[in-house]
Design a protein around this ligand. Sequence first.
Ligand code: ASP
Ligand code: MG
Length: 463
Amino acid sequence: MLTMKFGGTSVGDVPRLQEVVTIVKQFMNDQPVVVASAMGGLTNVLIETANKAVDRKSGEVNNAVAAIRERHLQIANAMIQDYPRRAALIKDHQDLIDELANFYHGVSLLRELSPRSLDAIAAFGELLSCRQIAAIFEENGIPSQFIDARTIIRTDDTFGEASIDFVFSNRKINETITPLVKKGIVPVVTGFIASTADGITTTVGRSGSDYTGSIVGAAVNSKEIWIWTDVDGVMTADPRNVKGAKVLTEISYREAAEMSYFGAKVIHPKTMVPAIEKKIPIRIKNTFNPTHAGTLISAKPNHNGTSAKTVTSIDSLAIIAIEGNGMIGVPGVSSRIFTALARARVNVMMISQASSEHNVCIIVPRKDCENGLKTLREEFKIDVAQKNIDDITAKEPVSIVAVVGEGMIGTKGIAGKTFDAVAKADVNIIAIAQGSSELNISFVVEQSEAKKAVQAVHDAFHL
Ligand code: ASP
Ligand code: MG
């Protein structure tokens, strides 16, 4: 089997959907299993509209629902000529969209939108899209079956970012998908959505259809998992910001996870998890340029001797610094910092502490900065009064620049080369961190200088 996940742009309009048909036809001998996203941008619309429903902006909600209806009916009318098939799809679309409108109505009556309700609403994008794709396949002579992932993927009830029950899901996915494929049918599985043991709809996190693709691909022992998207592959840097950015032909699972975490938005970081266990290679492919080989992600990539592979940056962050002579040698400071921040649900993205222990800095998303600062000032109130800690301060906006590559492990001079390049570009480094995995070196700069730093590092390593 060959599992192919198609992202929002790849299923977002008539020409792309036609390309999907062409691609799937071409790989029929490999027994394709398809996983797909909502039509491009639709999940955002569903969520924004839910927020409008809470505010009882009924006119805007009605307009949004009408636009969603129109968008899907247009696809049905343009791509399905067979009358009974088109009528059936239109009926499915109408029923789903009526149900969605009811959900919005409920939200506006209650003026309440819980994460649980939001998942139920966000799920409509994939439900509409995948029913449509299955019908389009049938129309084009590809025997196909729509599969609602809520019937095969079980999660806990962490709405918005649910955790998978792999034991249950792997068995159920296999039982459902494998017999279909053996009969020559192409299953079209909804990405992103799943359900609890009680049948309540959940989602696996924004952009999570990649993850679904990998969960399904691993469960059926697919020979490869292909993530069809709108770029040629994982690049050495963001081409919008860096001159000379190139597509990487091969990277490792760990590099891919590290890169996607650090802002190479090509693939969801969790996608690697199910694939690693079964050593199933993942390939990034471009529906706009299907003959391009893309990027192959595997356990043992061909490294071509390059040490650093990508340089990326994440913007909109804040750095919180805790400083003071009284902190030196006092145990428990770090523990109190992280416990307090965890309690306040502040996501810590990077930590740096000099061995003098005089200063600890924590990088958090900018939106969490105020809350984090307040929490820490509260936690260390007494220590500040006793002058063990001078002050707790924040600086924003800052960016993390991350240099990633497995070849950096054990290679001397990588850090030197990185910081030398940044210094020559006249960019000031505020903080530095390198994990002992040596897979990445991260440093913090003022956001306005991030682009310059990224370009300098990219040039220095001839990426
Ligand atoms: N449609 C979902 C989202 O936009 C999942 C995905 O496309 O990966 O987040
Ligand atoms: Mg995506």
